[in-house]
Write a new protein. Structure first.
Ligand code: AMP
Ligand code: ZN
Ligand code: FE
Ligand code: FE
Length: 287
């Protein structure tokens, strides 16, 4: 065995080729099983397209899979990702809203291709789609392609020069207002969770709690206490926040495969151990 049997490993935030992860849903479920995890949630950006394949793989490998999503939302204080767990497979209203985000993304990608071309960097949609190996093309695939073609020396340089907010080929994407994203998750039978709160705190420490309150007032149900970038101190801070605002505790590695090197499924940078009890409480809240 890889792991100490007393520690249950679960991972409630991961990406597949349905968005910008590098493993297919089936591969990810198999990896979770092989690495000794006990449960895995698939939370692709603005799409639920990977959930069906993951559920099939879960049945095949006798492994617990949680259908989810990570929605790019917009709040008065800036962008905030919101994870939804346990979505119904027939959450049609959500699918149509997410489709709108994806249509916007397609147009954004086309425009970014034009911007790059004007900078003397010709890339095509077909090449980006090969890079993505799945449905959704995003900035990580632009970065990977620019690196492969030698226009930059590192993946990070592609972001610094061209792709980060304010970069020469950057265009913003469309986000759903946070209250709509939360409501949509609830309408789809899901549990709504504040993703990676350390980012929100780092952006504006002074108003951090006020911003959490904004989401709480709009019905958010949980918060990611466990995340690779969270120190033990962060975990304690966010756990205290969860207690005070009566929020469910969640967490995950935000595994993306080779796009986020060094992060292991269920383990993050090696020190994560998300108690299975978190998932029990989330399941309890559904009923
Ligand atoms: P997109 O949804 O197309 O805007 O791409 C967002 C993804 O790009 C994020 O999930 C990150 O994986 C990646 N990303 C965004 N900003 C940076 C950055 N400054 N450096 C490296 N990766 C980034
Ligand atoms: Zn991503
Ligand atoms: Fe995120
Ligand atoms: Fe994520």
């Amino acid at each position: 065995m890889f792991n100490n049997l007393e520690i249950s490993l679960i991972d409630l935030h991961t990406h597949t080729t349905a968005s910008d992860g590098t493993f297919s849903p089936r591969e990810l479920v198999k990896m979770a099983k092989d690495e000794g995890l006990e449960a895995l949630a698939i939370t692709d950006h603005d799409t639920t397209a990977g959930n069906a394949e993951a559920a099939d793989a879960g049945r095949e490998y006798d492994f617990e899979v949680v259908p989810g999503v990570e929605i790019s939302a917009d709040a008065p204080f800036g962008s905030q990702h919101i994870v939804g767990l346990y979505l119904n497979s027939d959450a049609e209203k959500m699918e149509s809203a997410l489709r709108e985000l994806r249509d916007f993304r397609d147009k954004r990608n086309q425009k970014m291709i034009v911007l790059l071309e004007e900078l003397g960097i010709p890339v095509t949609m077909a090449e980006l789609q090969i890079e993505a190996g799945g449905d959704l093309v995003g900035r990580p695939h632009f970065a990977a392609l620019l690196l492969k073609r030698g226009y930059v020396n590192t993946y990070q340089e592609a972001f610094e020069k061209y792709l980060k907010a304010g970069g020469k080929a950057y265009l913003d994407k469309k986000r759903l207002p946070a209250d709509e994203a939360i409501q949509m998750i609830h309408d789809g039978g899901g549990i709504s969770i504040i993703a990676h709160p350390y980012i929100l705190r780092r952006k504006d420490e002074e108003n951090f709690e006020k911003n959490i309150e904004y989401l709480v007032e709009r019905g958010i149900q949980g918060i990611e206490v466990y995340y690779p970038e969270h120190s033990r101190g962060d975990e304690a801070l966010f756990a205290d926040l969860a207690r005070r605002y009566d929020l469910l505790i969640s967490g995950g590695t935000d595994f993306h495969g080779s796009i986020k090197p060094g992060v292991r499924l269920g383990r993050g940078y090696g020190t994560m151990d998300i108690p299975y009890e978190c998932l029990d409480a989330i399941k309890e809240a559904r009923s």
